[in-house]
Design a protein. Sequence first.
Length: 275
Amino acid sequence: MTLSCPDRPGIVNKVTGALLEVGANILESAQFGDPDTATFTLRTVFDCDASEDSISTVLDPIVAHLSAQVRLRPADYRPRVLIMVSRYEHCLLDLLYRHQNGELAIEIPLIVSNHTVAAPMAAHYGIPFEHVPVTPESKAEAERILMRRVEDLGIDLVVLARYMQVLSPEVCAALEGKAINIHHSFLPGFKGPRPYHQAHERGVKMIGATAHYVNTDLDEGPIIEQDVARVTHALSAEDMVRVGRDVERMVLSRAVRYHTEERVILIGDKTVVFS
């Protein structure tokens, strides 16, 4: 269960009391009160024989009293994730590997790409692949196809694993809080094309990557995860690309895991991540 609401005394007492009422045993719990927004957030994992409806019935009066937003789901639920990719396959490969070995408890019903480069990789892992070309003339139709797949396949999360197309404001709004992008820079940073080359030209000593939720402001969505790697003057731009791709893989996989394990709670333009 995750919960967010205006901060006030007694929230934990009320929530744990309700869970005790249905015989729940709390196995894991984390909480945070954000002083900037006076918002309280909570994530708890509990064991309970009562049905989800019974738990909701007990929680509903408390949710109303606290003006809270609550998500309740079985801990063993495997979210359905649609992955989008263009030509660079390193993030896709990492997600597929972690999915195969059980590090990511998700289902991947489809990979969508505006190129065919990733088709053999999808076939190797037994994941359906759909090529949806994107041109200025076909962009609207490509996005209609995407949203149909999201609806028809019951998709919980869309992951842009180096998908090099900008989604329209309408699609961003429809996928708010349900689409994660990996940005090949430590935001805010070197925007635009060839970020590692820009960083190399500036002689930076760190490069990084940022996983964030997609919104209508390009590369400005709420940040879920970031990491950096130290570099020196001895590295070429190509060396920086290699190091950067390693960081991108790790950052995106952590962000997907945090989201699909319900560890991320949005507060306006930022996130609380119970890692």
